[in-house]
Every structure is written in structure tokens, then in C-alpha cells.
Write a protein that binds this ligand. Sequence first.
Ligand code: ZN
Length: 126
Amino acid sequence: MPKAPVRYNAVRLEPEETVLFRIDDGSRISLPIFREVGSSKELVCCDLCALFISLTHTRHTSYLQNHRGQDQCNREATRLRRETINQETAASFRALFTEPAQMDAPGVYYVFYISRILIKYYYFPL
Ligand SMILES: [Zn+2]
């Protein structure tokens, strides 16, 4: 069973501060620094999976270096993609089917589920 990632509640530093991070192809990206709410822990947001990863106390990105593109990162990135697709699918279905004003009126009643997201569709009348 893979270890569940630590999920931080964090806010961006104000005024904004950034840290440079070198990605695999050698180019550098500038990442905004966040601070965990209720502590002084500084974090950056992984550009692949959107998890918050701690900086070292000298603001070095070695934890991100170890995380980025590895198992946990890939799993989170996949989950994030799936979640985004689910939300987009649900939104387009809701746009297709509008709910009637009176839900308790007699009629045929359909309920759709897509990937655990409940998408309701009520059909009237009978
Ligand atoms: Zn990641």
C-alpha cells in the first residue's frame, strides 16, 4: 500500500518570493514559495502533480528533486488528471440535462453516475 501523501494547507508568501528549480531537461523554472497555515514551514507546489512539497530550511529544493516524476508524483498526477476529466464530464452533462423546477412531480426518473460522480437527470411527464 503506497504511503498517502502529506497534504498541506498553504498560502502563497506575500509579497511573492520564488525559488529556482532545475527540471530534467536542464532548464530552470521559477516556483512561488508557499507557507503552511499555522506553521513556518515553507513549501513549493509540484508542477506535475500539484502537491505541496517542503523546502529545506535553507530553501533548497532537494525534496522536490526527489519527489518530481517518481511514483507518488506520477500517482498524484494521474489522480489529478482523472479528477479534472471527471469534473469536465460532469459539467458538460449538467449543461446537457437541465433539472425541472418540481422534482416531486410524477414521471420517469433517471439517475446517471459517471466515475462515482452523481449526475441527475429527471424526465417528465407521465
Ligand atoms: Zn509531483
